[in-house]
Design a protein around this ligand. Structure first.
Ligand code: FAD
Length: 321
């Protein structure tokens, strides 16, 4: 029998995050012909509902409140729990994003259910859903099954492919009224850095710099290459610690985890803590002047050379395409 699948859609800076569409695709697998319901919360969200339907949602439930303008775990959990109580889904999926990492344990606790976090793939083995997730900083993968009937997972961005968008799809949209109250914390304002471009966690191409870039100015050729490829710039902790760039760019065990289609590591030695954040990238290109650098162990393509010569050459060539 088909399952009722709840997907938490995520809005950021007025744009639906791709992981919302990837979660819908994951939901399609688990629904077994059942219904995919996307839940969308925020201050004013009606204009985003059709996009969720185009990506495969059968129904969209909206909850609007000025208290939901910015994410708070209190506000979001009140709304999500209300919607779950009303709809009684069999499956709940959210992105393994900053929001999902914060919200999912709280929801699992309130529902008294298990949670399998950070999944990268779904398999059906002997008629049981099995979830694959990286462990030991990406050095191994484990397969997990839920105990009990309720399935609750968070999915790592950029791993499960979204369904092709179909603007002709139709679906129902309904609002639920929730009085968001007794918030322990409210957010007055979010001040973002002006330089933020493509979202690093969701970028299809990441050009990352390490201590080998030698200065903040050394990141400029990397930014140019990222711009030409429509990607984002990331960094090793070595580069962040040396004050060449902001910690928001750090990739690794104590930074962001990324899984782009293409990861270009420039002047990064490949410490295990860095690999933890990028080794699952689909194609890895390493540029390093030390042929013995550890990064070449995980690279699909290695270029032994000076990044200040190689990166501008790549930019020039990609510009021609
Ligand atoms: P280095 O190791 O100094 O490497 C620089 C590389 O640049 C060298 O391989 C060199 O050959 C190359 N190079 C120099 N000049 C050029 C040039 N002109 N052209 C080409 N190549 C050049 N690190 C992370 O990245 N992310 C994390 O999340 C993280 N978390 C950590 C958590 C803990 C608890 C600890 C202890 C460490 C963590 N680290 C993390 C730090 C990690 O161990 C390394 O110190 C760090 O990744 C090194 O950064 P790097 O590769 O930029 O620098």
């Amino acid at each position: 029998m088909g399952k009722k699948v709840f997907v938490l859609a995520e809005l950021r800076e007025g744009v639906l995050r791709n992981v919302s569409f990837e979660a819908i695709a994951a939901g399609k697998q688990l629904a077994d012909g059942g219904e995919i319901i996307a839940l969308l919360m925020g201050e004013s969200v009606q204009s985003y509902t059709q996009e969720l339907i185009a990506y495969g949602a059968d129904r969209v439930i909206t909850i609007e409140s000025d208290q939901l303008k910015h994410y708070t775990s209190d506000g979001y959990s009140q709304c999500l729990l209300t919607a779950i109580e009303k709809e009684q889904p069999d499956v709940l999926i959210m992105g393994h994003t900053a929001l999902g990492k914060d919200l999912s344990p709280k929801i699992a606790n309130r529902l008294n259910v298990g949670l399998i976090s950070d999944i990268t793939a779904i398999e059906n083995i002997d008629n049981q859903w099995t979830f694959i997730r990286p462990i030991y900083s990406g050095k191994a993968f484990e397969r997990k099954k839920m105990v009990g009937d309720f399935i609750f997972v968070t999915i790592r961005p950029n791993n499960i492919e979204a369904i092709e968008k179909d603007d002709t799809r139709t679906g129902a949209v309904a609002a639920i009224d929730v009085e968001v109250k007794d918030l322990a914390m409210t957010i007055k304002e979010v001040i973002r850095k002006a330089s933020e471009g493509v979202d690093l966690a969701e970028a299809k191409v990441v050009v990352a710099g390490g201590r080998g870039v030698k200065s903040a100015d050394g990141f400029k050729p990397l930014q140019e290459l990222a711009d030409v490829l429509g990607g984002a710039v990331g960094a090793s902790r070595g580069a962040c610690d040396a004050d060449y760039c902001d910690y928001s760019l750090q990739i690794g065990q104590t930074g962001k985890v990324v899984t782009p289609d293409l990861y270009i590591a420039c002047g990064i030695s490949g410490a295990i803590q860095h690999l933890a954040g990028m080794s699952n990238s689909k194609v890895i290109v390493a540029i390093n002047k030390d042929p013995e650098a550890n990064i070449f162990q995980v690279a699909d393509y290695g270029i032994v050379g000076d990044l200040f010569e190689v990166v501008p050459l790549l930019t020039e060539e990609f510009r021609k395409i």
